[in-house]
Design a protein around this ligand. Structure first.
Ligand code: ADP
Ligand code: MG
Length: 255
């Protein structure tokens, strides 16, 4: 089996406090994988170590089998949607989305054509010339996703992408994201503290607690065969069931 991304024994401490303790994780190409853990469990730190904006104390990050641990962030070309989105407030929607492509010095025609496809894919064509300030939370989230997906890299990292959105908006964007991910066969690594979100979106979930991946498996594996009491109690909080026909997680309230 070949993995698009592998974390090998990643450890990290901040001022003497160990946050990550030999974390190992293999991610298959084309899958939606989620690291699920409580607030403060080190999820954002893992994404920072993968993108290279933070260094691990020990361990390696492999991308398609190559060790990228020592590469600068821009050399890694791994797009990340930050929790606060980090959109450029002084640029409109279009300029935000094409920002990364401009840095890659593509031709104007190619950029325009990719932009039009991306606006359409995320249903935001009508927002093209809008100011970032004038957008709703859900619209901003779509712009941030478009800005990452348009780079056409095989993997995207998402940090708590639905926090702060109301339930209906989050559910709608989740469905669309899953569809786009399948259509484009991109790999997504998301981190969240939200059991429900992780269960409905992911092919596999890694439960992170006390610096260690407690369990890595399908949402159904984890819900039905929790390896320890932490996992059991943590996933119990999700108000979900697994549909007998397709095995997909659904919210109880949605039937
Ligand atoms: P999560 O994203 O799971 O909520 P984080 O990865 O942001 O968790 O943080 C994990 C722990 O590491 C927290 O206790 C946080 O305060 C600490 N931490 C993260 N970054 C730093 C830093 N740059 N300096 C000191 N402590 C940090
Ligand atoms: Mg975080």
């Amino acid at each position: 089996m070949s993995f698009i991304l592998s974390l090998q024994n990643i450890s990290k401490s901040f001022t003497g406090k160990q946050v990550l303790n030999r974390v190992c994780l293999d991610i298959e190409e084309g899958k939606f994988v989620t690291i699920l853990g409580p607030s403060g469990s080190g999820k954002t730190t893992i994404l920072k170590i993968i993108t290279g904006v933070e260094n691990s104390d020990e361990g390696q990050v492999l991308f398609k089998g190559n060790d990228i641990t020592e590469l600068e962030p821009q050399e890694r070309r791994i797009p990340m949607v930050w929790q606060n989105l980090a959109l450029f407030p002084h640029l409109d929607v279009e300029k935000n989305i094409i920002f990364g492509l401009k840095l890659r010095s593509l031709g104007d025609d190619e950029i325009k054509s990719k932009l039009v496809t991306m606006l359409d894919l995320l249903s935001i064509s009508h927002l093209r010339g809008r100011d970032i300030h004038s957008l709703s939370g859900g619209e901003r989230q779509r712009v941030a996703l478009a800005r990452a997906i348009i780079l056409n890299e095989p993997i995207i990292l998402l940090d708590e992408p639905f926090t702060g959105l109301d339930y209906d908006t989050a559910a709608k964007i989740q469905l669309e994201l899953k569809k786009v991910q399948r259509e484009l066969s991109i790999t997504i690594l998301m981190v969240t503290h939200h059991q429900y979100e992780a269960s409905v979106l992911s092919d596999k979930i890694a439960i992170l607690h006390e610096g260690i991946i407690q369990q890595y498996g399908t949402p159904q594996d984890i819900a039905t065969n929790p390896k320890n009491t932490f996992v059991e109690n943590f996933v119990k909080k999700a108000d979900i069931f697994f549909h007998p026909e397709d095995g997909q997680a659904r919210r109880r309230a949605d039937g």
